[in-house]
Design a protein around this ligand. Sequence first.
Ligand code: ADP
Ligand code: MG
Length: 768
Amino acid sequence: MSETATSLRLSIGGMSCAGCVATVENTLRAVPGVSEATVNFAEHTASVTGSAPAEALIAAVTQAGYEAAELRGAEDEAQKEAAEMAHYRRLLRKTAVAAVVGVPLMLGGPLGWLPALSTPSGQVFWLLAGGATLFVLFYSGGHFFKGAWKAFWTHNANMDTLVALGTGAAWVYSIAVTVFPGLVPVLAQHAYFEAAAIIIALINLGSALEMRARGKTSEAIKRLIGLQPKTARVVRDGREIDIPIGEVGLQETLRVRPGEKIAVDGIIIDGHSTVDESMLTGEPLPAAKKAGDEVVGGTLNKSGTFLFQAKRIGKDTVLAHIIEMVRQAQNSKPAIGRLADRVSSVFVPSVLIVAVVTFLVWFNLGPSPVLSYALVATMTVLIIACPCALGLATPISIMVGVGKAAEYGILIRKGDALQQAGRLTTVVLDKTGTVTAGRPAVASLLPAPGWDETRLLQLAASLEAGSEHPLAEALIEAAAARGIVLLGLTGFEAIPGKGVRALLPGGVQQIQEAAGLRQVQAPGGAAGHQVLLGNEGLMRGNGIDLGSLGRDAATMAARAETPMYLALDGTIAGIVSVSDPVKPDSRDAISRLHAAGLRVVMLTGDNRVTAQAVAGQVGIDEVLAEVLPAEKSEQVAALQARGEIVGMVGDGINDAPALARADVGFAIGTGTDVAIESADVTLMRGSLHGVADAIAISKATVRNIKQNLFGSFVYNSLGIPIAAGALYPLFHLLLNPMIAGGAMAMSSFTVVSNANRLRWFVSGERRP
Ligand code: ADP
Ligand code: MG
């Protein structure tokens, strides 16, 4: 049985250390049909895409010595969480048992409680201590030995190998000197049971603390899942009943009362209200909604009550998409993380070699008792060397960073985009809908001699009826507001970046009277008149004389309006000027970008004077105006050629090539439309503050990753030589293996805690 290419989520058990990540990933990738597999060590999950069935993947992972289960929905996730909770408690119990044996033995030595090995009663005592420690190794440390054994049989080595070797060697040596004290010189007659027990206690404690801290890193996704209400109130056969959310069907009518969460996505059919969408979009102000407006599942109805029709349910809702996107981004690794994984995968085998060398050097060149020193140094190397912190460093920060961004309505598609956003040097903003509100309205009408405002608007709006441009909407709305009836035009044609053209049929009287027209024969045979609407370039290209209107247009443009000329049969009929006010917070957001050291460029097809006026209102540095839609991505490329790292912000549809071309593409979503494929980052809230926030979060996250990597690198690169005895020749300093155990336990906990600091990130936006 094979499935179509899909993505699967598996929970992976038994990954004790970062070195396992590469093993599991390679195992999954080797399964036929798998196109990509990534393991998230921070979450203990794997995402697999391809056609391989889940059973084959689970079998392969099990074969490699780990556990796997498919995560299908919320219940599986809850189950995984419950299993983790149980695991956490088990770790604490194991820690306690190991400590009960280890702590008295550790304190007893220096305090002089314990008998010497050389006496018969001492020997009995130490044999009992050895038995208790063996119990600790089994009960508290059994998972290390099991893991090491499995790894051994699959020709791998991991953290379990190191811990099992270190503590196992300590126990075997200690039991040997206990039974046959005569084998070693008096000075070396010392058992290391306490070291084995304490190391096991500390490493278990470290894992438990790390697990607790890790739970907090996935808070963002839990919060999103928690937004989904459990039940919905549907209207069936005229009665309202509450049913589980999973049973809501498409097109069903749902009732939402004040203060209730909206269950699924749909369109209001009756009633009106305000809806708080901040949980999805980060937009603090509630949105007014009336019949015909879209509502999104998971958002909160405030004051009114309304009926809506379900349009998207289950996996298709905006919320489900957001959860999926956040999850995928959390699981993706930026370049910096892939490097760390590669390092940790060769780390353990290298450490084994270092350990052998350490033993040999101490045994042959060390002071006496050579065997004790050699054992202690080797054990310490094995214990301190685990690269856990190194493997956690990147994924744990990415998880928190991506989750934090989602809280601000910023959906990041990939870890790479998160890494890149902080490196941007230039941000390119599309004008319409990005800097401005994108809801242009007619600002002024200037008829040429012989025309009046109504006729001018009537003809212009009739022409735009065939266009999807935002400017077209403005004209059609204005005409409707004045009760103007639109004329039927034929042969409509859009001229991208310039305007529109069509034919006015011969018999439309009112217009012809206004303009004193003769009938002409249009191309294609239909009798009619050529009508053109668009910018100066369009007029000039058609050899139309602007007369004195050119100066009026310049005045309008200087007021940040977009003037469009209407021409009928080659003669100017007037100017329709449209204004699209800038978003109230664009200026603040742009000054935040400046403060972050970025250059802000505006890119638009609009005329230069209008563009300059808009740029002036919001404080933009550079304007690239009168750019044809097809040239936008070339402009981005030109900036890149100048050495800039370019972020492009646009409204997604017509800016797609430029968004894809940019180093980081930011799509302004409308809050409900998250299926924007060409962008690396989707801003759910229309505000440019999202760009500044995304950049700030990126910088904070990358800084956090670097701290983590630096910390773990320093830990391992200083810890191993010190453990091996590098300081001994000069300072007579040799690390106690129990301190190594503590350091190793703290290293991953420190990394996770450091990543958790990212949760306190706050936007630099000043909110009222
Ligand atoms: P933007 O970069 O703001 O999205 P476009 O490239 O779509 O702008 O359009 C550039 C200019 O071309 C507009 O400012 C307008 O003058 C003219 N234009 C484009 N489409 C139309 C249209 N449908 N009606 C009138 N003018 C248009
Ligand atoms: Mg545009």
